[in-house]
Design a protein around this ligand. Sequence first.
Ligand SMILES: [Zn+2]
Length: 255
Amino acid sequence: MKQIKRLSGGVLLCMAFAASSAWAEPGHEWGYSGDHGPAHWGAISKDFHACESGRAESPINIESAKKAPTDMPRLKINYQPLPIDISNTGHSVQFNAAPGTDSISLGGHAYQLVQFHFHAPGEERFAGNASVMDAHFVHRADDGKLLVLAVQFKLGAQANPVIQALLDRIPHEKGAELVASGVAINPLDLLPGNPGYYTYSGSLTTPPCSEGVTWIEFKEPVTITPQQLHAMEAFYHGNQRPVQALNGRDIWDVE
Ligand SMILES: [Zn+2]
């Protein structure tokens, strides 16, 4: 059920009480602490089995990586401006991408951008350390395969204009979605200048923890101010799954 409010200036506010949000499903609530925390996800629903028994889970700690062979396919990004459509999902702040607009390709396979969302602190660890915040750009191919681009944030004096445009519009109520059709951001402006990344095969970091997800972890962080970080943390802080065992998986270093 969706209750949509039209605000002035062409802004739509959707109060989405949709069953697709796991936090709203009676008996299947999951979170980041206590009985609903990551250690219990596998027991909350049979659909979340991989959270407990998976052998190729995410996030991971990246201690070292193998230099990628020169014939390994390189990432190509085809992002363009998108109207702001932002949700407070109950687990994170999530930007919903207009379907069929923004895509990436890897080795001749196209993936459409579906959404991006934030974790604070960042979920990935680099030599044991997490960044202050990350963004996960979730893409899906026609065959259902998922690819996530991860960007890390660091603190600096320079305000991040995309983060600010989102911060000004994030709904405070869990389950709410705000569509500001007259305002656009380009997700490209959230990516670092240096294209270098680590890549490995992992999983969703939230239930149902499905595996077979290609992860691309940009090495260079982008900057937000301490004020912007605190404003983001006021929505969600600690939505970070613990590090998962590597179990012999390869991590590739792509220049
Ligand atoms: Zn994520």
